[in-house]
Design a binder for this molecule. Sequence first.
Ligand SMILES: Cc1cc2nc3c(=O)[nH]c(=O)nc-3n(C[C@H](O)[C@H](O)[C@H](O)COP(=O)(O)OP(=O)(O)OC[C@H]3O[C@@H](n4cnc5c(N)ncnc54)[C@H](O)[C@@H]3O)c2cc1C
Length: 482
Amino acid sequence: MKACKREKLPVKELKNIVGSEYLQTAREDLVCYGYDASGIESLPEAVVFPGTAAEISGIVKLANRYRFPVFPRGAGSGNVGGAVPLGGGVVISLNRFDRVIEINTEDLFAVVEPGVVTGKFQEIVEKEGLFYPPDPASSNFCTIGGNVATGAGGPRAVKYGVTYNYVLGLEVVLPTGEIITTGRKTEKGVVGYDLTSLFVGSEGTLGIITKIVLRLLPLPDQRATLLVVFDSIHRCVKTVSEILRNKTLPSAIEFIDKNSIEAVENRFDLGLGKNVESVLLIEVDGDTEIVDLMTRRLSDLCKKHGAQGVDIATDNEAQEKLWRVRKAIAPALLSLKPAKINEDVCVPRSKIPDLIAALDRLSEKYSVPVASFGHAGDGNIHVNFLLDRNNTDELVRAELATRELFDHVLRLGGTISGEHGIGIAKSPFVGKELGDTEVETMKRIKRALDPRKIMNPGKIFESNSSFFRRKKILHDRSGARL
Ligand SMILES: Cc1cc2nc3c(=O)[nH]c(=O)nc-3n(C[C@H](O)[C@H](O)[C@H](O)COP(=O)(O)OP(=O)(O)OC[C@H]3O[C@@H](n4cnc5c(N)ncnc54)[C@H](O)[C@@H]3O)c2cc1C
């Protein structure tokens, strides 16, 4: 698809819609909205902060008339450049959509605006004795809207599923400016096509989500977290399969490798000792007796399969510390090397040992250090190739390793993205996983909803970025010269 033909940005008309205090065009303001956690950068021409769906509709209609692209943005914590305004245009920030509109304690649902921060929402519902399980490691700063748009997951997916499983209905401003509501507030409902699911994970390419109906669960009585240490990474990942085979279903099983442990040890003194090769962080929840029973069973099981030690945290403070450490891994890796390529591949859980063995091989073959951690309970491992800033040769080797990693993951029956999405960064690789007809079907949906190509262009399969373009972006970012 070609990008839309551009006219001059109608700043005055944009101002008329949102009000002058909610429009920014100064370069020093724009830079804050020209990147996300992927490190990919591109300056917008303007940022707007609308306060209602009707205002967003007005902006989108204007975009159709003047043919400028719009880019929905939550907290900008995405890892693939999904919110980055490729080629300029207008960033539509959802910051002002920050209200929890309703928490229905009888029918167990909530209605929220997309700019609500996920962790804050979880705290609010927990005060009502309710539970919203999806818990991306970025929950302290990412937004529910961003989570819905990316189909975000998190450690608890192993027992509770991902954001997809909790979205009952949506309000969406379509790329034409029309406003629709999809779905329902009931647990079930099968009237017409499932438009709600179409928008979940669509990465802001099919419309702007302005209201969300979320399913809630009763809050479990009790939680416990086990910190299990291993002197062999292979014993560690084999234990994950044993746990799942053993009919115990923890709410989270997170895996952390040696390099990742070293990175967080630099910040948090965990006192894990020198021989630790890898760690499992396992959370169980439920009624108090069940939690006690599962904790004992899991502890025995881990020891039987070679764990050196098991520490059990039952009070909130100790558990929170362990999960703070887990959430800090991604940024902490930069204490080992100044740059990284971060991928979130997902394989069938029984294939995790194979994936880990392949990472060893790739690291050696391409001479690039690798750190891996993540949601072992659902097979979604975050693979990080660690890089020096000015080492062009290393960057090329890391890209080749990434390419080979994807091929291997697909051979194992996995997927190239378990939860981060495609955005710009992974768009060159979509064709590896999806067939031509499947991609063309998706493009037809995109064309039907967004005939003028104004909604978040350049993302998923639309990007004109190739493998080597991505390389250039990384070069630019790292300051290295080609
Ligand atoms: C340290 C760290 C840890 C992370 N851990 C996890 C994890 O455990 N699991 C996980 O899934 N992800 C994780 N992520 C990635 C990221 O936090 C998620 O993708 C998150 O869902 C993005 O939310 P956001 O509000 O920052 O969205 P943004 O980055 O602003 O946007 C993400 C995408 O959603 C679109 N979008 C945002 N809001 C809307 C809207 N209202 N309507 C339509 N489209 C919209 C954007 O256009 C973009 O394509 C992590 C990131 C970091 C930096």
